[in-house]
Design a protein around this ligand. Structure first.
Ligand code: GDP
Ligand code: IMO
Ligand code: MG
Length: 475
């Protein structure tokens, strides 16, 4: 049994014998116990028949989550965001149409798929209204398909002001390089138990609650040498946006729990950011303020952990990072420029240039371990088409020692130098390949090498931004 294997650490003989000393077996208890076990196995069987899948960015974000989610949504009934806010920018290209989604789950672009903005998000109502109105303007039907958790927290303009003001006060080297979308301050209020939630909007005293917060935040802004916000204007802007959003606010717990238990329905959980930006396991403090990994799903969507059938990790065939913080494989040479140019590496939310570097197998293994990644979606292989030599980081070297995992200490990670292995490039186009066999031989070998280095099979391969540039591999 898998579980027994996971807990197979030997109990000391002394404790084992103490536990069993004097144990009398009562046949009735054995019968009851066996019945309970059998029933539990039945229930587990029900879960096994479902395909509830988590899709997780496994580097520093922008791996191509939007594209993969859109492709896999052809088989999904629900797409659920469980963390983050409009710091995310997920690009989906369909034909000649390009969509960049920040808060709306990428499933909205497939007619009939239901989308949930879970309790774990921080939602900027003004940003979300603009996004939804744009979608509606482009002919996307959102009515009866979008559900916003009444437990999701609100991002108000004061959060954005505080985000910017706090960053401005930090000295070079300490700045996080946030998206200035108010994410950190909104999650701080949540943890501080002073946040406003979507459900509060439906209460009669919402305006009073909002005005109380504005007064406190204006005092805070003054300390940070920032102009106060006009309370009346802010209340008006928020109210307009929230009135538009009200019909979508509901308790998403019962509907999602029914969906994940229904063998006929497939639920996709759409991660934002990436594991290396996780508040606990990322490159703290250069991270975002939520749990971006698989662990964020039960808390951020309100579903039990054992209902998850599969975890797909999304990685680029190289690595990028936006914002500050250590990045061991970052390139400052012509190769880095080539990756940025060919990969069009500019932030989908802020337009900032992304820092580029080679594939980091230490990061990929770490993400796979943390999230239990079953298979990879390997993205942007086509960006490597023009390289004579491709490098992959197989380990780090720090203070004269080999390091095989991501250290918690940010100063230690900053001292880590990549240990590279080189690979001969294929120097030909992968863009038109419709199957794995149609890829140049060296490209096939690169994919197999990534699998070997990370211990995880590749099941989706992406060779271009469009839906059609996707190869599914049998695993
Ligand atoms: P996300 O935040 O993980 O959804 O990723 P972004 O949308 O921020 O950035 C990924 C970018 O790469 C987008 O512009 C996509 O259109 C593009 N993209 C996705 N897959 C591929 C691919 O296989 N090849 C190329 N060349 N571009 C891709
Ligand atoms: P998607 O979902 C890449 C980065 C910011 C900054 C840090 C903290 O598109 O992959 P925040 O505004 O969250 O407080 O910023 O996290 N960051 C992202 N980088 N992709 C994202 O989202 C990101 N969301 C936040 O650049 O370094
Ligand atoms: Mg992005």
């Amino acid at each position: 049994m898998q579980k027994a294997k996971r807990h197979s650490i030997e109990e000391p003989a002394e404790i084992r014998s103490r536990r069993f000393q004097g144990l009398e077996i009562d046949p009735f208890s054995v019968m009851v116990y066996s019945f309970v076990l059998l029933r539990m196995n039945d229930l587990r069987g029900e879960f096994k028949r479902m395909a509830n899948t988590i899709l997780i960015g496994s580097q520093w974000g922008d791996e191509g989550k939007g594209k993969v989610i859109d492709v896999l949504t052809s088989k999904a009934d629900w797409v659920v965001r469980y963390q983050g806010g409009n710091n995310a920018g997920h690009t989906v290209e369909i034909g000649d149409q390009k969509y960049v989604l920040h808060l709306t789950p990428s499933g909205i672009l497939r007619p009939g798929v239901k989308c949930v903005i879970g309790n774990g998000l921080v939602v900027d109502p003004v940003g979300l209204m603009a996004e939804l109105q744009e979608l509606e303007g482009r002919g996307i039907d959102i009515k009866d398909r979008l559900f916003i958790s009444d437990r999701a927290h609100l991002v108000i303009q004061y959060h954005k002001e505080l985000d910017g003001a706090k960053e401005a006060k930090l000295s070079t080297g300490k700045k996080i390089g946030t998206t200035k979308r108010g994410i950190g301050p909104a999650y701080s209020d949540k943890a501080d138990r002073t946040g406003l939630r979507m459900g509060d909007v439906l209460e009669d005293d919402f305006e009073t609650m909002l005005r109380d917060r504005i007064a406190v935040k204006n005092a805070l802004l003054a300390v940070l040498d920032t102009e106060p916000l006009d309370a009346d204007g802010l209340v008006k802007t928020c109210t307009e946006a929230l009135d538009y959003l009200k019909p979508f606010i509901c308790d998403t717990v019962p509907m999602l729990n029914a969906a994940v238990r229904d063998p006929e329905q497939n639920v996709l959980f759409e991660g934002a950011q990436g594991v290396m930006l996780d508040i606990d396991f990322g490159t703290y403090p250069f991270v975002t303020s939520s749990n971006t990994g698989a662990g964020g799903v039960p808390a951020g969507a309100g579903v039990p952990p054992h209902c998850i059938d599969e975890v797909i990790g999304i990685v680029k065939a190289y690595t990028t990072r936006v914002g500050e913080g250590p990045f061991p494989t970052e390139l400052f040479d012509e190769d880095g420029k080539q990756l940025a140019e060919v990969g069009r590496e500019f932030g989908a939310t802020t337009g900032r240039p992304r820092r580029c570097g080679w594939f980091d197998a230490v990061v990929a293994r770490y993400s796979a371990q943390l999230c239990g990644i079953d298979r990879w979606a390997l993205m942007k292989l086509d960006v490597l088409d023009g390289f004579d030599t491709i490098k992959v980081c197989v380990a780090y070297e720090c203070d004269g020692k080999r390091v095989d995992t991501v250290p918690a200490s940010i100063s230690k990670l900053s001292r880590c130098k990549p240990v590279y292995e080189e690979f001969k490039g294929w120097n030909s186009s992968t863009c038109k390949a419709a199957s794995f066999d149609e890829l140049p031989e060296q490209a096939q070998k690169y994919v197999r090498w990534i699998e070997e280095l990370t211990g995880v099979p590749v099941s989706v391969l992406s060779v271009g931004p469009k839906r059609s540039s996707t190869i599914e591999l049998k695993v």
